[in-house]
Design a protein around this ligand. Structure first.
Ligand SMILES: *Cc1c(COP(=O)(O)O)cnc(C)c1O
Length: 351
């Protein structure tokens, strides 16, 4: 594909034409003011009586410093899940356009495709859980607007080969969504430093994993300002609430804490990986670059039920492509990991 489609050709025509809702807090911003009679708020019960900043400026400024990208390249949403849904709504015409994704991967890409009535095309990973740009392009046609990659991938745990991601970014005529939810746990940097080189790249990251803030519901999308502007145009005006904005900002001041958790979890990952390999019902512990293991066991449904009875919940991936008899196991605290290993050893002894 020699001449690439422009962003205007990729975005849905109705979204291109859309004039966004302008909220009170959009029209007024900056300048000193002390009397706010513009948004029909209750003047009592400060500070929760006021609508939050719809553009999350203070939080984005802090994230821009940490991530070394311009604040204008950051979109914030109610979890990564909001960003995933919005890229469908912005770029995919229901029943006309389609997307291509690696398989297996994170389930929300397909759920959002179905909600938006967009055809979802899967391209199976190889036996090392790697993809080929050529196979992805082979599944695409002129109606393919988006491709979904996830690196490190969920549920397989591995980073995708950098050269293939680059090849796809070069060759594909639409947008590549690269989900880096687990990048903090990986041994190499993600694609954020290359963001400016790739106008068709959307990187997703989240506060839900390394940052330890799953309850806040805060997802980040990094992309060109043009793409971010489109997502901002169609989001709910106050999609990230005040408590989330404030707590996430607080977390950015304690970046070292996130880094310390990551170091601890990586050490625990090494311990747990070795311990799992020593358990009789475990057939294969796949290599991981994330904070979880994909593990092939002798009988995944039976082992899953047994662990539930022990009060230990893991994720069965038994019915997922390439993951027959596999469990996905999150790295926990040392105590939790020990409890899991004791339970697995007891199972092996009983069976
Ligand atoms: C956990 C996870 C997320 C996080 O989603 P949020 O909505 O931000 O909590 C995103 N992508 C992948 C692949 C995940 O596994």
């Amino acid at each position: 594909m020699s001449s690439k489609r422009t962003l205007e050709q990729l975005v849905r025509p109705n979204i291109l034409r859309l004039k966004p809702y302008s909220s009170a807090r959009d029209e007024y911003s900056g300048h000193e003011a002390s009397v706010f009679l513009d948004a029909n708020e209750n003047p009592y019960n400060t500070p929760h009586n006021r609508y939050p900043d719809p553009m999350q400026r203070e939080l984005k400024a802090a994230l821009a410093r940490i991530k070394h990208v311009p604040a204008t390249s950051i979109f914030l949403g109610n979890g990564s899940d909001e960003a995933i849904d919005l890229v469908y709504r912005a770029f995919c015409e229901p029943r006309v356009d389609n997307v291509v994704a690696i398989d297996p991967t994170y389930g929300m890409y397909q759920v959002c495709a179905e909600v938006n009535d967009v055809e979802y095309r899967k391209v199976l990973l190889d036996s090392h859980f790697q993809f080929s740009a050529r196979a992805m392009l082979g599944a695409a046609d002129e109606h393919t607007k988006l491709m979904f990659l996830c690196s490190p991938n969920n549920p397989t745990g591995n980073l995708l080969a950098r050269t293939e991601v680059e090849a796809l970014l070069q060759a594909f005529d639409g947008l590549v969504v690269l989900d880096e939810a687990y990048i903090d746990f990986a041994p190499e940097a993600g694609f954020l430093p290359q963001l400016a080189e790739h106008p068709n790249l959307i990187i997703l990251q989240t506060f839900s994993k390394a940052w330890g803030c799953a309850a806040l519901r805060l997802g980040m999308a990094f992309a060109s300002q043009e793409i971010v502007d489109i997502l901002n145009k169609i989001k709910y005006p106050y999609n990230v609430n005040l408590l989330t904005q404030r707590q996430a900002l607080e977390m950015t001041y304690r970046l070292y804490e996130k880094d310390r958790w990551v170091d601890t979890l990586k050490a625990e990952r090494t311990w747990l990986g070795r311990a799992l390999q020593g358990v009789k019902c475990v057939q294969l512990v796949y290599p991981t670059d994330a904070n979880f293991f994909l593990v092939k066991v002798t009988d995944a449904p039976a082992l899953y039920s047994y662990l539930v009875e022990c009060g230990i919940i893991v994720r069965s991936r038994h019915t997922v492509a390439l993951c027959g008899n596999c469990l996905r196991i999150t790295v926990g605290t040392h105590r939790e990991n020990e409890q899991l290993i004791s339970a697995l050893k007891a199972y092996a002894q009983a069976g």
